[in-house]
Design a protein around this ligand. Structure first.
Ligand code: NJP
Length: 237
């Protein structure tokens, strides 16, 4: 049977490479992004030789959008086996400089978005009694950092949400896990991918490989969490 995946934030950065590697592993895909870039990215991936890439322009923080993503995926492919909650944003500044709008926005995308996408796929995964949900969290949920309290708080929330849902859906054969990357060279936090100063950082493929590994684990096995960071980034262990 064909294996079907939804990747949020699949238009660039880590999510785009997750999409490419999942397509390379034989999966059919829906990629989600809030801007029109998602369609261009789908065309790019198709040109690599992977025909089954459906772009859906949707905002993960909107319930009707995420319900529509699931509906369109089921109409196109008939099933959903993997959800990768990857869409996310971050900004880094002193706490007193964070506006309430910024605080709300980062929670809406990073936490509410994970909730709404998960909520939308669960009825289908429960019916089919299988499925995998991988949430791209962050190493900041394991090792707090200064100047990123709002972002850090969202990723702790993703950890808590993931652990709780994992227990809830276990009896349906559904696996939930997180991947917690350190610094990855992407467009994250208004950055640009490929800058020379990010040469030592993780590459998008490092995280995409972890997703493929986690998603393709045999059914008797669950990988709860992978923490992965550049060798150049030292943790206070
Ligand atoms: O970031 P970036 P990454 N609805 O900015 C999409 C985590 N992480 O790949 O909406 C739907 O290159 C956006 O598309 P668009 C991080 O927290 C990263 O690095 O069209 N989609 C784009 O495709 C995040 O969870 C680092 O602009 C929305 C994508 O999300 C994940 O990795 C370290 C959206 C963002 O691509 C991927 O981030 C770490 C919305 N409302 C964790 N808002 C790191 N890079 O160092 C955004 O620990 N997107």
């Amino acid at each position: 049977k064909d294996q079907i995946a939804i990747v949020t934030g699949g238009s660039r950065g880590i999510g785009k490479e997750i999409a490419v590697k999942l397509a390379g592993s034989g999966m059919k895909l829906t990629i989600v992004g809030s801007s029109t870039q998602v369609s261009e990215t789908a065309e790019e991936i198709k040109k690599m030789g992977y025909a089954n890439v459906l772009p859906v322009q949707a905002d993960v923080s909107k319930e009707e959008d995420m319900q529509a993503v699931v509906k369109k995926t089921l109409e196109a492919y008939g099933s959903i086996d993997l959800l990768v909650n990857n869409a996310g944003l971050g900004f880094f500044k002193l706490t007193e400089e964070v506006s309430l709008e910024e605080w709300k926005k980062v929670f809406e995308v990073n936490v509410q978005g994970v909730f709404l996408a998960t909520k939308a796929v669960l009825p289908h995964m429960k019916d089919q009694k299988s499925g995998t949900i991988i949430n791209i969290s962050s190493d900041v949920a394991r090792y707090t950092i200064p100047n990123g309290a709002a972002y850090t708080a969202t990723k702790y929330a993703v950890q808590g949400f993931s652990g709780s849902v994992a227990q809830e859906v276990r009896e349906y054969g559904i696996r939930v896990g997180t991947i917690n990357p350190g610094m990855v060279d992407t467009y994250f936090a208004e950055s640009t991918q490929g800058l020379p100063e990010k040469e030592d950082w993780l590459k998008v493929g490092d995280i995409a490989n972890a997703v493929v590994y986690m998603a393709s684990a045999p059914k008797h096995m669950i990988i709860d969490e992978i923490v992965i960071h550049p060798f150049a980034q030292q943790y206070p262990i």
